[in-house]
Design a protein around this ligand. Structure first.
Ligand code: AMP
Length: 469
């Protein structure tokens, strides 16, 4: 049952490359372009065709690789990971990729998402004698693969994936192959690119741009790719279902320069702002956005309203994302340290403050106060996505229902609590309009956190067919 699910939610980033002599170094660069997806830990496993070697630690990509000597990480293939967890399990053991050595060879795994039945699967594995070393659902998959009686690795992986329920993007590497898998709804993003003859895989296309790779295509929902020196093969471990890309990837999580399902993130955010202006115009002098994720929507709102967009709030770039601090008290401190008003811009003005989303209300409350303390006459809060009323079970840190301000308060109550002069959210149809521009290309989004309608059911048995790309 959804309400029983406990686990480590992860907003992580994965990167993989096959067939390049600078695999580890390129993975390191790729992880830089995915750093916004997780700042708690980073790692690379490199493959020289005979063995897999790991370099990982807690901290930012730069810190983790400060001491790394890339000549010690030689190999033609690598997978990498940046990690963000939300439930206290922040130690080294859970930093990915995870690397396993067996008598039949090694296997490394990197994962973005959340396996909702990991707790039950872990129980089953323990009952059968497995002792797991981490609290990560990635390790559960490794055990399921190893226990499979299927004749080859690909079928073993497919069988193991069929046991998972949730949202996930997996990279799995052995000495001779890299496997890439996406959940049957395609809730998490994952794309394939090329760099010369090499294959590249990443959570976001921003990683391709950084290393000069070209985008080939999205990994399809329920698809399992096998990459080796012979090329790339596609198979399916689950029936293809309608894609439900996570709406929060567009609203908040992904980088503006990334394209998800052929939709550019910045452009979609700008359209969210424009739709919001049509739905909830405010009498104001100036529009400002909460940096960085709300800037695109603020530009769209201002453009649609014919108002000036101004940099009314600036961000200290050297402080991590607000949510990294675990307690409410520390979270509030974090916001204060992170954002400052530009007095000359907001003083004496009626300000529209655009934020991409409200979770607990901490950010909005502090920013409204900050803008008013800096002399703003009125602050009208406009949120460029629908209200978040249900927790996310698919890998986004969305807290419990009790903590979600919109789940427990009317709009008027929220306006009071936040101290705004008015507040309005983008409608669900406005969000769809902004993201799902062309239904033939983009099949739809997951809005479970905004609607309480959860798209994931148990995966179906899949027939396996092979096509060469
Ligand atoms: P809150 O302060 O709790 O209302 O959180 C809202 C702020 O956090 C907004 O400014 C968002 O940009 C940001 N945000 C939204 N969703 C998330 C998330 N899942 N993880 C971290 N930050 C988020």
């Amino acid at each position: 049952m959804l309400t029983e699910i406990k686990g480590i939610n992860e907003e992580c980033g994965v990167f993989g490359i096959w067939g390049h002599e600078k695999a580890a170094e390129l993975t390191y660069y790729g992880l830089h372009a995915l750093q916004h997806r997780g700042q708690e830990g980073a790692g690379v496993v490199v493959n020289d065709g005979e063995s897999l070697k790991i370099h990982k630690d807690t901290g930012l990509v730069n810190d983790v690789f400060k001491q790394a000597n890339f000549s010690d990480l030689a190999g033609n293939a690598a997978i990498g990971h940046v990690r963000y967890s939300t439930q206290g399990e922040k130690g080294y053991a859970n930093v990915q990729p995870l690397l396993f050595h067996t008598q039949q060879g090694s296997m490394a795994l990197a994962h973005n998402g959340n396996v909702m039945n990991a707790y039950e699967l872990r129980g089953e594995l323990e009952n059968e004698g497995s002792i797991l070393q981490t609290t990560s659902d990635t390790e559960v998959l490794a055990h399921l693969i190893k226990r499979s009686t299927k004749a080859n690795k690909e079928e073993a992986i497919a069988e193991a994936l069929q046991k998972l329920v949730g949202a996930y993007a997996y990279l799995i590497m052995t000495e001779d192959r890299m496997y890439v898998a996406l959940d049957p709804r395609g809730i998490r993003p994952l794309s394939i690119g090329r760099l010369g003859d090499a294959y590249v895989v990443a959570s976001e296309t921003s990683a391709f741009d950084l290393i000069g790779a070209t985008f080939e295509r999205e990994v399809l929902p329920g698809e399992l790719l096998t990459i080796s020196d012979e090329g790339l093969y596609s198979t399916r471990f689950a029936m293809r279902e309608q894609r439900r890309m996570c709406a929060m990837e567009y609203v908040y999580l992904s980088r503006p320069d990334s394209d998800l399902n052929h939709v550019n993130v910045h452009a979609s955010r700008k359209r969210m702002g424009m739709e919001l202006a049509k739905e909830a115009p405010a009498e104001a002098d100036v529009v400002t956005g909460v940096p960085d994720s709300s800037i695109s929507a603020a530009i769209g709102y201002a453009e649609q309203m014919g108002l000036p967009y101004e940099m009314g709030i600036i961000k200290n770039r050297y402080i991590g994302r607000t949510f990294i601090q675990p307690s409410q008290e520390l979270r509030e401190q974090g916001v204060k340290m992170k954002l400052s008003p530009v007095r000359k811009i907001v003083s004496g003005k009626r300000v529209v403050m655009i934020d991409d989303s409200i979770v607990r209300g901490t950010t909005s409350r502090r920013i409204v106060k900050m803008l008013k303390d800096a002399g703003a006459m009125e602050v009208h809060v406009r949120i460029a996505s629908p209200s978040i009323v249900s927790p996310c079970f698919y890998g986004i840190d969305m807290s419990t229902k009790d903590e979600l301000i919109a789940a427990n308060n009317t709009l008027d109550e929220m306006c009071d609590q936040i101290g705004a002069d008015s507040i309005a959210y983008l409608s669900e149809s406005g969000l769809e309009q902004a993201v799902v521009k062309d239904k033939t290309i983009h099949q739809g989004i997951c809005t479970a956190c905004m609607t309480g309608k959860y798209p994931v059911k148990k995966t179906n048995e899949a027939t396996i067919s092979y096509t060469k790309m």
